[in-house]
Design a protein around this ligand. Structure first.
Ligand code: GLC
Length: 799
C-alpha cells in the first residue's frame, strides 16, 4: 500500500494519504531554532537545546500520537463548521476534505481543500532569525463571498524538560503570558532569557494566551471552544499553561486569495516587534525561502549522481544526504522517540556521523571532531555521552547565566564528569580516527593533525597524538586471546562482554590503524609508520587465528572463554557486525572473507535487509549481555538493524562483488518500500534505526526514522564504496563496484573547489576494476586536485 510519492524535482516527499499508521517526520531549522514536525503538524520546537530550552510542548508517547503541534484552524462564520489546515487535530473525514502533506528540505507544507476553501500552511525557519514562520494561504474557490476566521494554536512548554514533566507545584507558577502591540509574549519568570513570542503580520481580531481558555475544559485540540464559538477570549495570566493563539476574521471575495504569516520565535516582545516588521514584508519571507534553498542546493551540488538505480539516485541526491545532515546537526536527541531528556553527544554515534559527510558539511564535521577530541581521556577512551560545553574553553567565557532551578538539583562535580574504564565502550574512540582522516582528505587541511586540543581529564596534545592514544588504548585493552576486550559494550549497546572479547572491535581497531597509517605515511612520520605497521600486523594475525569458525567469523568470546556465534550455537549463531568488519577492515584473509560474506547472505539476508544476528536469542545469558533479554526480532536481537547493513555493502565492494552489494542495498532501501507501507509503516524517505526481524510477528515493520547512524553510513558506503568516489590526500579516487549489468553511470562531484563531471563506462560488464582513466580527454593515472572554480571531465572505463 502506498501513501505518497517522491517529487524529485522539488526534492519533496508528497503524502497524499495522510491517515498514516505512524508519524512521518521532518526537521526544520539549520541553526539554533529547531522543530521536529510530523505529517499532521504535530511536533515541538526548541532553541539550541531540546533538554533545557524547549519552546513548544510535546507529550511523548501519548495518545493521540505526537501532539500538540503548530496548528491553524479555519472556521466558516456562516455555519460554524471548522477544520484545521493540517489533517489533525480536527481530523475531518477524508472523503469530505482533501489533505496533503509535503515534506521538503527543512520545510513542510500542509494543504487542504474543503468546502471551496483551498488552504495551505508552510512551516520553515529562516536561516538568519530564530523564528518559525507559518506561511498560511487561503483561497476562496467558490463564487460566493466567504467569511472565514483563522486561529493559530501552539502550546508553550516550560523550558526544561524536567520541569515540564514534574514538580508542577513550581513550574505552573513560573510561566506567564501577556498580550500587547499585536504580540503574545511568553515569559519563563525564573530565567533571565526565558522569553518567546507569537505574532503575525496582521492586526489580530482576538487572542488567547491561556491554553485552557482556548481549548476549554474537557476538550482537546480536536475541538477548542474558542474555535467552536468563533471567538478567542483574550486570556492571559501570570502562572498557568500558555499558548499562542491569534484570531483573524477574513472576508474572502469569490476567487480571492490571502496570505498570512504567523511568527513563533525566541526572544521577548521587543525581539518579536523587529521580526514582525521584517516578515510582514512578503519579499523577506520569500527571500528566506530562497536563502534556505540555496544553502541546501549548495550541499546537494557537492555530489549528484545518475545511475540506473532510481532508488539510489533519489536517496543519494536528496534524502540520504538530508538524513545524514540532520544527524550531524541534531545529534540523536530530538525526535518523537528521543524527546530531549538525554542530550549531549554520543561518542560513537557522533564520530561516525562526522566521518560520513565532510564534503557537504566540513564545518560541522570539524566542530564535532574537535568536540569529541576534547571528550577523549588521556588513557585513550572517549566519554560515552557528554555535553560538549563541559570541555569547551569558549563556553566558560559566555556571559549568559545558566538556568538554575530553585529546586535544589546538586551541581555535578567536574571530576565526576570523567567516567572510569567501567563505563568505557570498547569502540567509541576508534571511530574518530577514520573520521579525522576522511576530514583531512576531503578538505586538504593537513595542518589539523598538528593542532593542539585538550583532554577531558586534563592536559593537551595534538590531534595526531590523540589518535595514537586511541589506537594504543585498544592495543592494551585486550583479553586472554589478544582480541580487544568488549568492556561496557562495543558498537552493539546490548553486547556487554566486560573483560570478554569483541571480534568487531579488533577488526575496527585494524581499520582505524590502516587509516592512521595512511596519514603517518603521508606526513613522513617514519617511526610511527613502523610502530603502527607492526601493530596492524599483530592485530590482523590474532583476528585470523582466533576468530574464524568454520564458515564465518565469531562475534566474540565471553569472559568465561565461551565463543559467541559459532556453528555449534543454536541461537546467535551468525552475526553481521564481525563478518562485515572482518572484510571491510581488510583484516580477513580473502578466502575467509568471501566465505564469511556468503554466510551473511545465506543466514542473515531477508527481503528487507540483513539481520543483525540469527537465530535470535531466547535464553538470557548475562555473559553475552542484554541482547539476550531483548525480544526476538526486535532491536539488537535479530532485527534488521539498519546501521550495520551498509557495512555489508562496503564489505562486498572490498570483495569486488557489486551484484551482491546492490542486492543488499536495494533490500534496505526505503525508497523500494514505498508501496508496502502496510508492512513498513514508517516513512520511505528515511532509513530507520531498525526493521523488525523474521523471528517476530511484525517482520518488516520499520521503527525510529532519521536519528540513526544508518543515515550517514548508507551514504558513505554507497558513494565511497559502491560508486567508489573517494578523495585521497592529493587525488580523487574513482574505483566503483557496481552490478555487472550496469552499462554506465555518471556523477558530478565537487572537491576542494573544483568540479568533476564523472562518467563511468562499463563496456565489458565487470563489477570492479578500472582499465582507463581520462581527465579532460587526456589519459591519466590519477585525478589530481584541480584549480578552484575549474570544471573537468573525467571518463572512467571499467574492465
Ligand atoms: C543505537 C545507539 C548506537 C548503537 C546502536 C546499536 O542506535 O545510538 O550508539 O551503536 O544502537 O546498539
Amino acid at each position: 500500500m502506498q501513501y505518497g510519492h517522491f517529487d524529485n524535482e522539488k526534492r519533496e516527499y508528497v503524502i497524499d494519504r495522510v491517515d498514516l499508521p505512524v508519524s512521518w517526520t521532518n526537521y526544520l531549522g539549520v541553526k539554533d531554532l529547531c522543530v521536529v514536525v510530523n505529517h499532521t503538524a504535530g511536533g515541538y520546537m526548541f532553541y539550541q537545546s531540546p533538554e533545557y530550552h524547549r519552546v513548544t510542548r510535546f507529550r511523548g508517547n501519548a495518545v493521540p500520537m505526537d501532539r500538540p503541534g503548530h496548528y491553524v484552524y479555519l472556521r466558516d462564520a456562516k455555519d460554524g463548521d471548522y477544520w484545521s489546515i493540517s489533517w489533525q487535530p480536527v481530523g475531518k473525514p477524508l472523503d469530505q476534505a482533501k489533505y496533503t502533506c509535503r515534506h521538503g528540505i527543512s520545510y513542510t507544507t500542509y494543504e487542504c481543500d474543503y468546502k471551496g476553501i483551498k488552504a495551505s500552511q508552510t512551516l520553515m525557519v529562516p536561516m538568519d532569525d530564530a523564528v518559525e514562520l507559518w506561511d498560511v494561504r487561503l483561497k476562496n474557490t467558490t463564487d460566493k463571498e466567504r467569511r472565514i476566521s483563522v486561529f493559530s494554536y501552539c502550546e508553550f512548554s516550560f523550558h526544561h524538560i524536567m520541569i515540564d514533566n514534574q514538580n508542577f507545584q513550581m513550574s505552573l507558577y513560573c510561566a506567564g503570558s501577556s498580550y500587547a502591540e499585536n504580540i503574545i509574549e511568553y515569559d519563563l519568570f525564573y530565567e533571565e532569557f526565558g522569553y518567546q513570542y507569537f505574532t503575525s503580520n496582521v492586526t489580530p481580531d482576538g487572542f488567547d494566551c491561556l491554553r485552557d481558555s482556548f481549548l476549554g475544559a474537557y476538550r482537546t485540540e480536536d475541538n477548542p471552544i474558542a474555535v467552536e464559538h468563533g471567538t478567542c477570549s483574550g486570556s492571559h495570566e501570570l502562572g498557568n499553561n500558555h499558548c499562542g493563539s491569534l484570531q483573524k476574521d477574513l472576508v474572502l471575495a469569490p476567487g480571492e486569495e490571502v496570505r498570512l504569516i504567523f511568527m513563533l520565535g525566541e526572544g521577548n516582545r521587543e525581539a518579536g516587534k523587529k521580526i514582525r516588521e521584517k516578515y510582514s514584508d512578503m519579499a523577506n519571507v520569500d527571500a528566506a525561502y530562497a536563502q534556505l534553498k540555496d544553502y541546501w542546493e549548495n550541499k546537494f551540488a557537492q555530489l549528484q549522481i545518475k545511475t540506473p538505480n532510481e532508488g539510489m539516485n533519489t536517496l543519494i541526491n536528496t534524502w540520504n544526504l538530508y538524513q545524514a545532515e540532520v544527524n550531524i546537526m541534531f545529534s540523536r536527541f530530538a525526535s518523537f522517540i528521543e524527546v530531549g531528556g538525554r542530550t549531549g553527544l554520543g561518542y560513537r554515534d557522533t564520530a561516525q556521523d562526522a566521518m560520513t559527510i565532510p564534503h557537504s558539511n566540513p564545518e560541522k564535521c570539524r566542530q564535532r571532531i574537535v568536540e569529541l577530541l576534547r571528550g577523549l581521556t588521556t588513557k585513550g577512551y572517549g566519554l560515552h555521552l557528554f555535553s560538549p560545553e563541559w570541555f569547551d574553553p569558549d563556553a566558560k567565557k559566555e556571559k549568559k547565566k545558566p538556568f538554575k532551578s530553585p529546586t535544589v538539583i546538586p551541581t555535578v562535580n567536574a571530576k565526576d564528569i570523567v567516567h572510569g574504564l567501567e563505563d568505557a565502550c570498547s569502540d567509541d574512540a576508534l571511530w574518530l580516527v577514520p573520521s579525522i582522516i576522511e576530514y583531512i582528505k576531503e578538505t586538504g587541511e593537513t595542518g589539523f593533525a598538528d593542532e593542539t586540543v585538550t583532554y577531558a581529564d586534563g592536559g593537551e596534545g595534538t590531534v595526531y597524538e590523540h589518535m595514537k592514544r586511541i589506537l594504543d588504548f585498544s592495543a592494551e585493552q585486550v583479553g586472554a586471546t589478544g582480541i580487544c576486550k568488549g568492556l561496557r559494550a562495543d558498537w552493539n549497546d546490548c553486547l556487554n562482554l566486560g573483560g570478554g572479547e569483541s571480534a568487531m572491535v579488533s577488526f575496527l581497531h585494524y581499520w582505524a590503524i590502516c587509516h592512521f597509517l595512511q596519514l603517518a605515511e603521508y606526513l613522513g612520520r617514519t617511526e610511527d609508520v613502523e610502530k603502527y605497521q607492526a601493530m596492524r600486523e599483530r592485530v590482523g594475525n590474532v583476528c585470523n587465528r582466533e576468530l574464524w569458525d568454520k564458515e564465518w567469523f565469531i562475534r566474540g568470546i565471553t569472559k568465561n572463554g565461551k565463543k559467541i556465534g559459532t556453528s555449534e550455537d543454536a541461537e546467535g549463531k551468525v552475526h553481521l557486525e564481525s563478518n562485515a568488519w572482518a572484510v571491510l577492515s581488510g583484516a580477513a584473509d580473502v578466502e575467509k572473507g568471501k566465505r564469511a560474506m556468503d554466510s551473511v547472505d545465506k543466514y542473515l539476508f531477508t527481503p528487507y535487509g540483513i539481520l543483525l544476528n540469527a537465530p535470535s536469542y531466547t535464553v538470557p545469558d548475562d555473559d553475552i549481555g542484554f541482547v539476550t533479554r531483548v525480544y526476538p526480532g526486535l532491536k539488537e536481537n535479530g532485527s534488521i538493524f539498519s546501521h550495520p547493513n551498509p557495512w555489508a555493502w562496503a564489505a562486498e565492494c572490498v570483495l569486488g562483488r557489486g551484484d551482491r552489494a546492490m542486492k543488499f542495498y536495494n533490500a534496505l532501501c526505503p525508497y523500494y518500500q514505498n508501496n508496502m507501507i502496510e508492512i513498513r509503516q514508517s516513512e520511505p524517505y528515511s532509513y530507520c534505526q531498525f526493521v523488525v526481524g523474521r523471528d517476530h510477528t511484525a517482520f518488516g515493520r520499520a521503527r525510529h526514522p532519521f536519528m540513526t547512524g544508518s543515515g550517514g553510513w548508507a551514504y558513505f558506503s554507497a558513494t565511497r564504496y559502491m560508486l567508489g568516489i573517494r578523495p585521497d590526500f592529493e587525488h580523487l579516487t574513482i574505483d566503483p563496484c557496481i552490478p555487472a549489468d550496469w552499462k554506465e553511470f555518471s556523477a558530478v562531484r565537487r572537491w576542494r573547489g573544483a568540479e568533476y563531471d564523472i562518467h563511468v563506462e562499463n563496456p565489458d560488464g565487470v563489477m570492479k576494476g578500472v582499465q582507463e582513466l581520462y581527465l579532460d580527454g587526456e589519459k591519466v593515472e590519477r585525478i589530481p586536485v584541480m584549480a578552484q572554480g575549474s570544471r573537468h571531465d573525467v571518463r572512467v572505463v571499467m574492465g
